[in-house]
Design a protein around this ligand. Structure first.
Ligand code: ATP
Length: 432
């Protein structure tokens, strides 16, 4: 498995991920997605949205505001309970999350203070006056935007249980010990579904979503042996949860959470009804009763998913005595789908034909044209960023109107006529 230093360096060198504010020495655990990283991340979001919203009739989308009424976070329990236990080292003054360290300081072996609770929500002020009345929070999860809109979405869409509301968006947590590259940051993106079900069917739907989400990661290329499920023990459960499973990935720094699936029961809807005084129930036409629906929540992090896809795709092999590094990314996730490369960059006719081919393909795929190195180097570059197909234009192409198409993983080559190239690639890159 790839080590983190190698991956971080590839990400920087090729333009996937840069350190935030790097010219100022970086900014605590914040990262910027470069030209390739932004494509990868968009692809993760697009396949999730396509599979879970557009291709299903029982889930609709939402894009709620990051800033919400502070009442939301009082009702949800976050003001009171969204805390991590914090300890200080009495010698070196460093701070740690108590549940991530032993009895003494991991840096200097010094004595640690008693743990105290630290609320990890970011506070800010809305409007020109910084007083208690203007306090607001940056949302620590996208979920609450869904819960408070439950009556709006239900009445606008006339959905019957079971149905879900999905949302992708930024969330913020003032983590005590961020780290491991993009794995734990203070600003990150979540992809969450709140799936509303009849109260008695919650356990069945819980099992359904755990399986469904595990399969999803496998479908996009994560190896089965690198995924596992871990059930939360009673002491670990969030304040709103009756049962939670984490889907964990075998990262280079150890097994860690990719996504959590929680049975949130009717906790959030009841609390919002209580605190807002509004009706958050669902009218069951069959029984003629108003009920609080139960909620199953698959909640994943896009940054963690993108990191896992990169780690899992990284592959080194030896080809004719030389090391070949490649990212075997699923074709739907690869940032660039097709690279068009002229074999000889000093032959204007070859360059012109290659540029024309790239132009014709561009409306259909993310295409790169590159003539800045020898063909061997160009192939290596594309392998390293996970481009599934390279199209090479050579001298013979000028005579027979055919080009070479090379597949990334097998390195197999075929030679279709230019006139058939687009159809061939459309077929090979067809959405799965
Ligand atoms: P952890 O135990 O790692 O702190 P969590 O259990 O608090 O995570 P959840 O509240 O279940 O996380 O959040 C759902 C998902 O959001 C996580 O599975 C993860 O993918 C993502 N996520 C949570 N916190 C962070 C973070 N600080 N940086 C990046 N992604 C995060």
């Amino acid at each position: 498995m790839v080590d983190m230093d190698t991956l971080v360096s590839l990400c920087k060198r090729r333009g996937f991920i840069f350190q935030s504010s790097e010219i100022y020495g970086g900014f605590g655990s914040a990262w910027d997605y470069g030209p390739l990283g932004v494509e990868l991340k968009r692809n993760v979001k697009n396949v999730w949205w396509r599979d879970l919203v557009q291709n299903r009739e029982d889930i609709v989308g939402l894009d709620a505001s990051i800033l919400m009424s502070p009442q939301v976070w009082i009702a949800s329990g976050h003001v009171e309970k969204f805390t991590d236990p914090l300890v200080d080292c009495k010698s070196c003054q460093r701070r740690f999350r108590a549940d991530q360290v032993g009895d003494s300081c991991p840096e200097c072996d010094g004595e640690l203070t008693e743990a105290r609770q630290f609320n990890t929500m970011f506070k800010t002020f809305v409007g020109p006056v910084e007083d208690d009345a203007s306090v607001a929070y940056l949302r620590p999860e996208t979920a609450q935007g869904i819960f408070v809109n439950f009556p709006n979405v239900q009445s606008a869409t006339r959905r019957k249980l079971p149905f879900g509301i999905a949302q992708i968006g930024k969330a913020f947590r003032n983590e005590i010990s961020p780290g491991n590259f993009t794995f734990r940051t203070r600003e990150f993106e979540q992809m969450e579904i709140e799936y509303f079900v009849q109260p008695a069917s919650d356990e069945e739907w819980f099992e359904y979503w755990v399986k469904e989400r595990l399969e999803w990661y496998k479908r996009y290329g994560i190896k089965e042996e690198n995924l596992r499920l871990r059930k939360h023990g009673p002491e670990e459960l969030s304040h709103y949860s009756k049962a939670t499973y984490d889907i964990e990935y075998n990262f280079p720094f150890g097994w860690s959470e990719l996504e959590g699936i929680a049975n949130r029961t009717d906790f959030d809807l009841r609390r919002h009804a209580e605190f807002s005084g509004k009706d958050m129930t669902y009218f069951d036409e069959e029984t003629g009763e108003h009920i609080y629906s139960y909620v199953i929540e698959p909640s994943g992090g896009i940054d963690r998913a993108a990191l896992a896809f990169l780690v899992d795709a990284y592959h080194e092999e030896e080809v004719r005595g030389r090391k070949r590094v490649l990212l075997r990314l699923h074709r739907d996730l690869a940032p660039v789908k097709v690279a068009v490369l002229p074999l000889l960059r000093n032959r204007p006719e070859i360059v012109a034909l290659a540029k024309e081919i790239a132009r014709d393909l561009r409306p259909h795929f993310v295409v790169i044209y590159d003539d800045t190195a020898s063909i061997g180097k160009l192939y290596r570059r594309q392998d390293e960023i996970g481009t599934p197909y390279c199209v090479t234009v050579d001298v013979q192409s000028l005579e027979d109107g055919a080009v070479t198409v090379r597949e990334r993983d097998s390195m197999e080559q075929v030679r279709p006529p230019v006139a058939e190239l687009k159809e061939l690639l459309l077929e090979k890159l067809r959405v799965c």
